[in-house]
Structure formats: C-alpha cells, structure tokens
Design a binder for this molecule. Structure first.
Ligand code: ZN
Length: 156
C-alpha cells in the first residue's frame, strides 16, 4: 500500500499532467489577473466570472513548476461554484495549512477560521510546508485569484 506521501505526489502529478479548468474566458464578462513568482519563475493567469456572488466559471493558464501549476489546477476545481464567502474560508484554511499568517487587513472569516471546510485534493500540498521556498509556488494561484475577485467586485 502506498504511503501518504506517495499518494500526495500522485495527486500533484495528476493535476500537473491533466490540469483542470485550463484555458481562458472572455473579458468582460470575466476578469483576468496575473501572478508571478520570481523566485521560481512561475506564472499563473486566472480568469474568473462572478454571478450573484458565486464563482460561476474559472479558467487558469500560465507556466511554471509542478507545485505552482498543480496548485492552480486544484484551486480552480475547488472554488468553482462556490460563493465568495466560502472562497474566503477556503483561502484561510489553505493558507493556515501552508503555515501563513493572515495579513492584518484580511481578518479571518466571521463564522469560523475555515478549519471546518474540506480542502480535498489541496491537502496533497501539505508536504510543501517542509520546503519553505516552495510555499510561494503553492500559494501563487490563491493570491492571483484573490486579485481577480477583488477586481471583479469593484467592476461589478
Ligand atoms: Zn515554483
């Protein structure tokens, strides 16, 4: 039986080789945000379309290491169809798994710190915490999505 680390590696490689929600959306109605991690050369471009506070559609493109691209794929599959409130909780749960303190201007969600929310495949990235230089690879897509959502909310 494979151990947990093998299983996590399999999940990461699966998302890297078969990225979910890969592509582009028309802007508008979607918004586009671009993130770059100079430490590793990772690039993530997120297209997101909000409808009534729900992430109606999301597409991701870009290039970079397996962690950054697998993380973007997992993120897209996890957040599609979610409300922005759920997204806020997921974002916090993911960052706390990555041992990142929330920014002072980004208080934890009112109803719980996100510990009750299921991260699914994203848990496969837990092992990245052991390699601090790769944490930025794993969180790049989340920063980029946050930017896109902010832009979508101001332009709505
Ligand atoms: Zn990277």
């Amino acid at each position: 039986m494979p151990d947990l680390e093998d299983l996590y590696r399999e999940i990461i490689l699966d998302h890297y080789r078969n990225p979910r929600n890969r592509g582009e959306l028309d802007t508008p109605p979607a918004v586009r945000a671009e993130g770059f991690n100079p430490l590793c050369g990772d690039e993530v471009i997120v297209y997101v379309r909000l409808a009534n506070g729900v992430i109606d559609d999301i597409k991701v493109s870009g290039q970079g290491c397996s962690i950054s691209q697998a993380s973007a794929s997992m993120m897209s599959a996890t957040v599609i169809g979610r409300t922005t409130e759920e997204l806020h909780r997921l974002n916090h749960a993911f960052k706390s798994m990555m041992s990142i303190e929330p920014a002072p201007d980004d208080p934890p969600p009112a109803n719980g710190n996100g510990a009750d929310i299921k991260l699914g495949d994203l848990e496969a990235l837990k092992g990245v915490v052991k390699f601090p230089v790769r944490i930025k690879c794993a969180t790049l897509s989340w920063h980029t999505l946050t930017q896109a959502i902010e832009e979508a909310q101001t332009s709505a």
